[in-house]
Design a protein around this ligand. Structure first.
Ligand code: UDP
Length: 405
């Protein structure tokens, strides 16, 4: 297990000392995180890294996952899509079922001093507050720039009952009756997904998947989700391929709360249409070393999302110094300054253009990677994230002293 002290080599001892000091202010308080999946996707990724570190700092931290089923996840996936601006139909029965499932979970759960609820799936747990009090935070990890009005109106009544709402990027802030806090997510530089790997390990992974490391490789690691635009990635690759010799890797798995994965993956396989240079890889949970190696060994990393909460895969690739091309959506522009620490694109054609450009100009591409790594070191590592969370938790016990602008 990683020790909190190990991060001093990357971010400096002063940062670690500061975390211990802040953590002491929470003595005797328990922090409970609640979300809807233990594996798959960015939220589970962050919680699995953060909880052990909070414990080492002396914070009583817990993580609970609400129980769901196919019907519940199909409603929550509709919410997810609607909040990202995709038109969906949700009827009253589905809303009632969503509320009912939250109430069943609330009835079975023990709640801590600080209840930190992640995303819309468990949002109705806040009803419990009338009965038990406590401090409640709602953490929104998704792109909220243009949410569907109907779904937002439904959720808003719950959001406004929390003590504060936390968003990942300034563009997601909403008009709310509660304070809003901006906290970007982060990556763990010492986890299996991000730590240094030797060349032999990287080679072994590429060999296992039959990918030729002597030729340029363009990779996107993502859940198979329409909003990650895997079909757009293949189209961009096909345009670029007319000019440069590249291979394409689309690798990802599913999340237990995302029922659409297999359908999208099938569409991706059809679009790939037996092209020997396209590798569509299904990654089971706990493929961290494989993901690390695929990112490290790629010539270019793509994240061509159409909508994005934050886009952890972008930080992951930049931290590894990889030239990264990503959609200019959600939290991605916080991570990439266009043509300085990566490339931001808005279309399939733009993505294809930059694939060609970076394959042809490896020196420029590598410079983007070097700048990207420093940007991530300064802004998006887990130590900065823990500090922001600790400050937020501490502030809950000093509400009267706070001035919200
Ligand atoms: N990821 C993974 N396995 C996969 C696909 C993605 O472990 O098959 C990880 C990926 O490396 C990243 C996270 O899941 O750490 C995805 O977070 P991101 O913010 O990019 O997107 P989300 O899935 O939360 O929309």
């Amino acid at each position: 297990m990683t020790k909190i002290e190990d991060y001093a080599a990357i971010v400096g001892q002063g940062t670690i000392d500061e975390l211990f000091t802040l953590a002491r202010s929470l003595e005797g308080k328990t922090v409970q995180n609640i979300n809807s999946t233990a594996v798959g996707g960015g939220v589970a990724e962050i919680l699995s890294q953060m909880i052990p570190l909070l414990k080492q700092l002396g914070v009583e931290a817990r993580w609970d996952v609400i129980k769901g089923n196919e019907k519940f996840y199909s409603v929550t996936k509709k919410f997810h899509n609607a909040l990202h601006g995709v038109p969906v139909k949700i009827d009253d029965g589905e809303l009632e079922y969503f509320i009912e499932m939250n109430r069943r979970n609330a009835a079975e759960m023990e709640f801590a001093d600080i209840v930190y609820v992640h995303d819309p799936q468990p949002i109705v747990l806040i009803e419990k507050r009338k009965e038990i009090g406590r401090n409640w935070l709602w953490r929104c990890h998704i792109d909220f720039s243009k949410p569907d009005a109907f779904v937002w109106k439904f959720l808003e009544q719950y959001v406004n009952q929390y003590d504060a709402a936390v968003f990942s990027a300034p563009s997601f802030a909403r008009r709310l009756s509660i304070p809003q806090v901006l906290i970007s997510p982060s990556i763990d530089p010492l986890s299996d997904k991000n730590r240094e790997l030797d060349e032999a390990t990287i080679n072994a992974v590429f060999e296992r998947f039959g990918i030729d490391r002597t030729r340029p490789i363009v990779t996107q690691i993502s859940r198979f989700d329409y909003l990650k635009d895997p079909l757009g990635v293949i189209r961009a690759y096909k345009i670029a391929k007319k000019r440069v010799d590249v291979q394409l890797v689309l690798a990802g798995g599913g999340a237990t709360d995302d029922p659409e994965g297999p359908i999208i993956m099938e569409q991706v396989r059809q679009e790939a249409d037996k092209d020997k240079d396209i590798f569509v890889l299904f990654l089971p949970p706990s493929s961290d070393i494989e993901i690390n190696a695929l990112q490290r060994g790629s010539t270019i990393v793509l994240q061509k999302s159409l909508k994005e909460g934050f886009g952890l895969t972008v930080s992951e690739a930049l931290w590894k110094g990889r030239p990264t091309i990503a959609g200019a959506v959600g939290g991605i522009p916080l991570q990439i300054a266009h043509r300085y620490s990566g490339i931001l694109t808005h279309s399939i054609e733009g993505t294809a253009h930059w694939i060609k450009q970076l394959v042809n100009e490896p020196e420029y591409a590598n410079k983007l990677g070097v700048h990207g790594r420093e940007h991530i070191r300064n802004n998006f590592l887990i130590t900065r994230h823990i500090k922001d969370y600790l400050l937020l938790f501490v502030s809950l016990f000093h509400k009267d002293d706070l001035v919200y602008l």
